[in-house]
Design a protein around this ligand. Sequence first.
Ligand code: UDP
Length: 330
Amino acid sequence: MPQIHALITGGAGFIGSHLAESLLNAGQKVTVLDDLSTGRYSNLAQLEGREGFRLIIDTVLNDALSEELIRESDRVYHLASAVGVKLILEQPVRTIETIFRGTDVVLRHCTRFRKRVLIASTSEVYGKGTTVPFREDDDVLTGATCRHRWAYSCAKALDEFLALAHWRETRLPVVIARLFNTVGPRQVGQYGMVVPRFVEAALAGAPLTVYGDGQQTRCFCHVLDVVEALQNILEIPGCLGKVINLGSDEEVSINRLATTIIELLNSPSRIRHVPFEEAYGEGFEDMLRRVPDLERPRQLLGYSPKRDLKTIILDLAADLNSKRTAMVPS
Ligand code: UDP
């Protein structure tokens, strides 16, 4: 069988870099296109020099370059996106533009050259729906346009509409993966994600800052469980033209998450509660619960996440610890 050549946009990000490594390990050629806006070179440093690996530092919005890279690849994984609630609130224009324009560029060229493409979407698309678990065909419920959090959700929903429109009109072989909270090594707390923030704080003996009353829940999935599914998803014809949830359905409150991290890491840290307004500014709306229905990925992919919350926390802590050790001069 000829070697498959995969293009990963946003491949220097935390999920993309794991996917790049996994595809290379499976014998594929991998080109990463990333402008390093939220991705980091250090995520890929260990892949430099490996046969079949290439990193191009540029943006997916570079239409001519994207065209060329898509033409020469067999699979496209479109992961490039502004990420994290914090960034979305700080840079709303960039968020909307990069999400929608980037996906438009990718879908147009994939349509033209008939390339199989995965569009990474997000559970944010479900908005503030309260009936969990969320199924892919459920209605979505977003907030007012003056509340910028929902810009992310709506831009991603528009990406999904566009992808499904290409599938409907020309049978573009596209799959949309709605990723729920994905966590693991190489993730940093800088963009607001709660688990790396708590683990970083616990390792430093600093307070863990819980927003609101901490009773809101999330389901955290190990990045390697997500990446295994992403790797298979374009190879299964039944997945084409579908939206597919990916994540864990093990629900935990943010309070419990904080105490679990402190206990597991034997940390002297304390928990501090702060109001949402203090953390995100006036008028912020948080979701109380967010749980995926995993029936579809189970049926189509035989998907079932293998790594539990404890493994996630310990893997992340080991990664952060190794970086801290590396920074200490000998
Ligand atoms: N959160 C928190 N402290 C932090 C960062 C986040 O209590 O330092 C809360 C946040 O308000 C939310 C949950 O943790 O209820 C998950 O936040 P994250 O940004 O990781 O993911 P998302 O809100 O997108 O699910």
